[in-house]
Design a protein around this ligand. Structure first.
Ligand code: ADP
Ligand code: MG
Length: 609
């Protein structure tokens, strides 16, 4: 070979060497920046050419760290020397197999790293000359995550299957993909009947139900949505919530029948309450605890108070006079224990017309349409109270009447005898000087006799017959007598008599009645005052009214009127009104008294026959 040619070739070799070195360097750098572990092994064979081990030829940084083999000294180590476990784990055999078959393999396995920790690796093995190139990735983290996920999924499965709500997953075409046991129970179908099948195929009856509309809306809007529906077959109410996701829908179904029934029961009881509220003959009103406004009142309340519903509903109790002073919307009631419940207490109420009525009241805090309210129930007992007082008075009259009947005669007889003797003795000459004493004694006896006569009439002792009379005529007859009385004291008396039907009257007793009442009238007025007698008729009665412009009757005296011997006058007997009441009672009539500081009126009703 010529000199220049040799020169050329050696240059060429030197150049190629340099290129090779450079390539080798690049390859080493590339290997070391690889994140995956990378090792080249060459086979170590025995005399019979069987592979007995692998020697490290080349190793990158990641593998060096994983295995604990220094990069520079790698070729001093063999695989089984460092990791004899590779035989047992089968990896060694797999490497040999790749060398023999020249078929690359990918496998996942576990191995211990240099620190003795068990790691999961994903290994790719390929043949390289008489050895293998192995690269692997540490997938311990992924494995752990997967295991965690598996665990969580199985927990989720347990939760779903033990859930008291139904849970189902559908695909886009509403085919069942998953159902929990509760769904099987609610739909009364097994997994086998449902999975993979379309909802409306299995339940054609749903097509005409609200579920169908709900699904239509859901499929279009693709937003989670809920609905309540009734399964007419099982008479069960469901609350259905559906959540669309990429490939279908997750649906939660809750049986709300019990809740619905409670709601319906509450609604029914509320209806019942309102019916009884409005139909009750007792006065009822509902007042908001928070705002103190009137929420509702019933017809009876309006009837007794004189207000219309429009006038009070929505108004604050502070501005309504009906609730002021008398009505128990006061802090005392409101704070009477947290329950606000009080029963049967007596209060007074001012009606729209300004009358004061007596009420028996009960209150309770209740919830109506979600709002806390005071429920006030009241009965108007004004008339009852009057009646009770009347009965007590009549009882007293009765007792006294019986006593009067018993002892009246016994007293009058000796009085008559004494009077007779006094008259007899007065006529004697012997007593001529004492005649004025005798006159005084006789007049005192007459007065006593008069009182006893009046007292006896309490008992109805004299049973006069009653006849049909027009009381106008009786008034006209007695009027001159009354007028002369009036003139004596410079007082006035007038009458106003309307056309009235006849009633059954005892003339004597009627006269006594007028006399007693007019006398009281005269005694109540000053000179110049006036007493007025009036008659008129109503549907059921003929009315006699005696009215004066006197000083009136104080309220503490009003309650005692008609009690025998009750008088406020120094020379009164206290029998006048008692007699009047007993006369009127015998005629089955009624006396009403009205009085204020400008005067008094006695109104007597005689029932029509
Ligand atoms: P007397 O007239 O003897 O006192 P009565 O039974 O007639 O007894 O009346 C009882 C009481 O009722 C009277 O004392 C008086 O206080 C009161 N009274 C009755 N009528 C009137 C009247 N018209 N005006 C004011 N007070 C009256
Ligand atoms: Mg009198």
């Amino acid at each position: 070979m010529s000199e220049p040619r040799i020169q050329y070739l050696s240059n060429e070799v030197a150049f190629l060497k340099q290129q090779l070195n450079e390539a080798h360097e690049k390859y080493k750098i590339a290997l070391n920046v690889l994140m995956d572990c990378f090792v080249i092994f060459s086979a170590i064979r025995d005399a019979e050419e069987r592979i007995i081990d692998f020697r490290f030829e080349s190793i990158n940084q990641a593998a060096s760290e994983f295995l604990g083999v220094p990069i520079e000294e790698a070729s001093n180590f063999s695989l089984l020397e460092l990791y004899p476990g590779y035989v047992e784990s089968g990896l060694f055999d797999r490497y040999c197999e790749v060398v023999l078959t020249n078929r690359p393999a990918v496998l996942e396995t576990s191995t211990y790293n240099r620190d003795g920790e068990l790691s999961y690796i994903k290994v790719s093995v390929a043949k390289l000359t008489d050895g293998v190139v192995v690269s692997w990735d540490d997938i311990t983290m992924e494995r752990k995550l997967e295991e965690e996920l598996d665990k969580n999924l199985s927990k989720l499965a347990i939760v779903l299957s033990s859930m008291s709500d139904g849970f189902a997953i559908f695909d886009q075409n509403w085919r069942f993909l998953y159902i929990n046991p509760k769904i099987e129970e609610l739909l009364n179908k097994s997994k086998l009947d449902l999975l993979g099948r379309n909802l409306f195929r299995v339940f054609p009856e749903f097509i005409n139900s609200t579920i169908f509309d709900f699904i239509q809306v859901l499929s279009q809007a693709r937003l989670s949505n809920s609905t309540e529906c009734l399964d007419p077959i099982n008479n069960t109410y469901y609350d259905i919530t559906a959540y669309p996701y990429e490939d279908g829908y997750a649906v939660i179904v809750r049986d709300i029948t019990a809740k619905k029934e409670l709601q319906l029961a509450a609604k029914r009881s509320e209806e019942l309450f309102f019916k009884s509220f409005h139909l009750s003959p007792a006065m009822m009103c509902l007042i908001s605890v928070e705002k103190r406004t009137v929420l509702d009142v019933n017809d009876a309340w309006c009837f007794f108070t004189g207000y219309t519903k429009d006038e009070v509903i929505g108004q604050c109790t502070d501005v309504l006079t009906v609730f002021s002073n008398h009505y128990p919307i006061d802090s005392d009631v409101l704070d009477s224990g947290s329950s606000g419940s009080r029963s049967n207490f007596k209060v007074k109420c001012l009606t729209k017309q300004g009358h004061i009525r007596e009420l028996i009241h009960s209150s309770e805090i209740i919830e109506v349409t979600g709002e806390m309210c005071f429920l006030y129930v009241a009965l108007d007992v004004t008339e009852n109270e009057k009646l009770t007082r009347e009965i007590a008075r009549l009882d007293k009259l009765n007792l006294i009447g019986q006593m009067a009947a018993g002892i009246g005669h016994e007293i009058r007889n000796p009085l008559t005898t004494v009077r007779g003797f006094l008259q007899f003795m007065m006529s004697k000459e012997y007593f001529a000087n004492h005649s004025h004493h005798f006159e005084l004694m006789i007049s005192e006896l007459d007065r006593a006799n008069h009182i006893i006569t009046e007292f006896l009439s309490l008992a109805g002792y004299k049973h006069y017959d009653r006849q049909s009379h027009n009381i106008n005529l009786l008034v006209e007859n007695i009027f001159p007598l009354l007028q002369s009385e009036a003139l004596k004291e410079n007082k006035n008396i007038s009458f106003l008599l309307e056309d009235i039907p006849k009633v059954d009257i005892n003339e004597m007793e009627f006269r006594q009645l007028i006399l007693n009442l007019v006398k009281n009238g005269f005694e109540a007025i000053d000179s110049g005052g006036c007493v007025k007698i009036q008659t008129y008729s109503t549907v059921h009665s003929v009315v006699l009214r005696i009215e004066d412009t006197g000083h009136g009757i104080p309220s503490d005296v009003l309650g005692k009127l008609g009690t025998p011997f009750f008088t406020t006058k120094s020379h009164g007997t206290g029998l006048g009104l008692a007699v009047c009441y007993s006369i009127v009672e015998r005629h089955n009539g009624r006396i009403d008294v009205a009085s204020n500081e400008h005067g008094t009126s006695f109104t007597i009703h005689f029932p029509l026959p």
